[in-house]
Ligand binder design. Structure first.
Ligand SMILES: Cc1ncc(C[n+]2csc(CCOP(=O)(O)OP(=O)(O)O)c2C)c(N)n1
Ligand SMILES: [Mg+2]
Length: 332
């Protein structure tokens, strides 16, 4: 390899690492702004923040292809952003404006975007799993080499839909990648207070689904694991299951006094903040200079500010339109 080729490769690799950091920052700053806007009553309804868990969505989304499908829960702003749904259309959706990715009808928990094959935004715990299995079944029947990646919390393993979905996906060898975001709590319930078997990979293994745990606070570990699992799924290897071990730094939603966990536990996990630790790693390796970090922050801040400005300037749906879509209708 020539010196030139080595330098070019290093530059591409550095660019990718900076991209991972920038994507995590986009989620963090976007959601910090959402929390602020919620307090100002600009955003209403429910709001579940992903802060602390950014490495999962960012690492996992990298190996996916444009025609793969992504299905997520109500804690999905980050997944939508990284998948390519614009910050402006997500923010407009939060505001309930027509320009939102779900026409302002869904709000925070129901982001949807056909162009990026982003199938929500699903508010029912476990409800997304049969949806993901159905998408994968369609791909298998039509012989398309696609992956359906579905992201759900560990709370979903208590639902019947989890077991039904895992069983059918395994039985029919469907191309689904189950990404279980284990942040230790389902609202205020710790996993070991609701499950007799807390080893989630063992549960997947009982369906004959290959499964392994991943450090969900490490974006590179997530990217690597999803790369391996998605490649196997795409090659016809049937469903795979990843347990992504992570932690949410914020309350479950904006209404949660957090009486179920010690502040000390939260502080301990914050030492593993996926953004600050990754940034420190890049700085230590000389890949990120203070000026680069500042520029990145400025770019992200400008994107978030522009999203808020366009949501503010967006349109409210006229009252006469409110009964539209109650029954199916061609989207206009
Ligand atoms: C079927 C169903 N039961 C209960 C609820 C209420 N609920 C909303 S979020 C949640 C906790 C889910 O926790 P987990 O799956 O671990 O996801 P996390 O919020 O931690 O990301 C519950 C019980 C719901 N939305 N759907
Ligand atoms: Mg959870």
């Amino acid at each position: 390899m020539t010196r030139h080729a080595v330098a070019a490769h290093t530059a591409a690799e550095r660019e990718h690492l900076l991209h991972l950091l920038r994507e995590m920052l986009r989620i963090r700053r976007f959601e910090e702004k959402c929390a602020e806007l919620y307090s100002a009553a600009k955003i209403r309804g429910f709001l579940h923040l992903y802060i602390g868990e950014e490495a999962v969505a960012v690492g996992a989304m990298q190996p996916l292809q444009p025609d793969d499908a992504v299905v997520a829960t109500y804690r999905e702003h980050g997944h939508a952003l990284v998948r390519g749904v614009s910050a402006a259309s997500i923010m407009a959706e939060m505001y309930g404006k027509v320009e939102g990715c779900s026409r302002g009808r869904g709000g925070s928990m129901h982001l949807f975007d056909a162009a990026t094959r982003f199938y929500g935004g699903n508010a029912i715990v476990g409800g997304l799993l049969p949806l993901a299995v159905g998408l994968a079944l369609a791909d298998k029947m039509q012989e398309r080499q696609r992956v359906t990646a579905c992201f759900f919390g560990e709370g979903a393993v208590a639902e019947g839909e989890f077991h039904e979905s895992m069983n059918l996906a395994a039985l029919w060898q469907l191309p689904v990648l189950f990404c279980c975001e284990n942040n230790l709590y389902a609202m205020g319930t710790r996993l070991d207070l609701s499950e007799s078997e807390t080893d989630l990979c063992l549960k997947a293994a009982s369906f004959e689904i290959p499964a392994w745990p991943v450090d969900g606070m490490d974006v590179l570990a997530v990217e690597d694991a999803v790369q391996r699992a998605a490649t196997a799924v795409r090659a016809g290897g049937g469903p795979h299951f990843l347990e992504l071990r992570t932690y949410r730094f914020r309350p479950h939603s904006m209404f949660d006094a957090e009486l179920y966990r010690d502040k000390q536990e939260v502080e301990e996990w914050k030492k593993r903040d996926p953004i600050t630790t990754f940034q420190a790693l890049l700085e230590a390796q000389g890949l990120l200079m203070p000026a680069d970090a500042q520029r990145m922050e400025d770019e992200v801040a400008a994107e978030v500010a522009a999203a808020v400005a366009s949501a503010e300037a967006g349109t409210w749906e006229p009252v006469e339109e409110l009964t539209r879509f109650v029954y199916s209708e061609e989207a206009r």
